[in-house]
Design a protein around this ligand. Structure first.
Ligand code: ADP
Ligand code: MG
Length: 387
């Protein structure tokens, strides 16, 4: 017990994060609220997290001096971006506690490894095949996998690096359009709904989860998350939570992980992908639960007690994309924040990004209310006021 007590990093320590995006910013907020100092490594001088952390190391992820500076400042390091090179995390991990580990992140960075991990865990996923070269392309079982979605094995996000294909000809053209890089072809599944589960696991193997989230995507980007999930059955929710916990445990994962699921038209649950970090669909937990996904990240990184979060309010989260900053004529405008904040239970989170672009995640807001019905009503009023 003594050695366990000694391994806890108490408030006052400095925590580092690789990546300066909005997820890093909200991690920094949670860490600071608990009394930690923070350092962010990101090359962008005005990154959302770099703007709010005590220290900002302005280098690329593989810059040796930058990594050395981060290690010098920090007692433990996490990541907010899944495409931080796993090698950089391994370098840091040789000298500091790093959670999640470079090895765990490497699995999540590669759709083929990710799917192999789901299969190893006995978690169902879409029928799929890896295409690495012309021979792989020629060997595709069209009857089993088409119509399908071709996804680059690495570096895809928000629907980027994906093409829907109906025939072998379309598949060949799409693979070449994607640059002939390693891809996974998945069968197109009939989706009834999309769910996700945020799971946190610490170095002792203790696991907690947030309640199951129901997600609506527009143009491949998350638009709305509702918690509780209005359309998931209790059995589907229980299965999603159990699968997410198994996926984390089998990876020996330490940190926060999010697993995305599909519920198919026949009610079956299928794992889609996972992210080795807090997730856009878990943002509601800042306002709707007593422990947020970002506090879970702090707790798992530092070894502070990991206890189950309790949702205290039904929540609806709306993503705020750069599109809202443009009127019908394409002119820049400022959304009506005063009008939105006049509504009850609205929690606005803007990420400090200065230039709005279509499709760019500028912020989110969560509506909390006494009932899910009320939260949905206010969310509709928000949409009306944001135009
Ligand atoms: P990203 O990394 O961009 O989030 P995903 O693999 O999660 O990529 O795909 C984005 C969205 O595309 C999913 O949320 C889902 O709506 C749709 N999608 C992905 N794969 C399939 C599939 N096999 N069948 C049907 N829809 C899919
Ligand atoms: Mg996804």
């Amino acid at each position: 017990a003594l050695s366990e007590a000694r391994s806890v990093l108490l408030p006052g320590a400095t925590l580092g994060v690789m990546g300066g995006g909005q997820l890093g910013r909200m991690f920094v907020h949670a860490a600071q609220s608990l009394g930690y100092f923070t350092a962010v490594l990101d090359a962008d001088p005005v990154s959302p997290a770099g703007l709010v952390a005590q220290y900002h190391v302005q280098t690329g992820y593989q810059d040796e001096q930058g990594l050395a500076q981060l290690m010098q400042r920090c007692q433990a390091i996490t990541t907010e971006f899944e495409n931080v090179p796993a090698g950089a995390l391994r370098t840091l991990g040789a000298q500091r506690p790093v959670a999640p580990s470079g090895d765990a992140v490497a699995v999540c960075q590669d759709r083929a490894l990710e799917k192999a991990h789901f299969v190893r865990c006995g978690v169902p996923c879409a029928p799929h095949a890896l295409i690495e070269d012309e021979a792989g392309l020629a060997a595709i079982d069209a009857a089993a996998l088409l119509p399908g979605i071709l996804k680059t094995a690495r570096l895809g996000y928000d629907g980027k690096g994906q093409v829907r294909v109906r025939s072998a000809d379309e598949l060949a053209a799409a693979w070449r359009d994607l640059g002939g890089v390693a891809c996974v072809l998945e069968r197109m599944l009939p989706l009834a709904l999309e769910l996700s589960v945020v799971v946190a696991r610490n170095a002792h193997g203790e696991v907690v989860t947030l309640p199951v989230q129901q997600n609506l995507h527009r143009d491949g980007i998350l638009a709305v998350t509702q918690v509780p999930a209005p359309d998931a059955t209790p059995a589907q929710s229980a299965q999603a939570v159990a699968c997410a916990a198994r996926i984390a445990a089998e990876l020996g994962y330490v940190g926060v992980l999010c697993v995305e699921f599909f519920v198919l038209a026949d009610g079956t649950l299928v794992a889609n992908e996972m992210a080795p970090r807090p997730h856009n669909s878990g943002h509601w937990s800042i306002d709707g639960a007593d422990i947020s996904q970002f506090e879970l990240q702090v707790r798992t990184l530092t070894g502070l007690p990991l206890i189950a979060p309790r949702q205290h309010s039904p929540s609806v989260m709306l993503n705020l994309l750069g599109d809202l900053w443009f009127d019908a004529a394409g002119q820049l405008r400022e959304p009506d924040w005063a009008g939105v904040l006049a509504l009850p239970g609205v929690h606005l989170h803007l990420y400090g990004k200065t230039d709005a672009r279509v499709g760019r995640k500028m912020g989110h807001l969560t509506v909390t209310a006494a009932t899910a019905e009320q939260a949905r009503e206010v969310a509709l009023q928000v949409c009306a006021r944001l135009g």
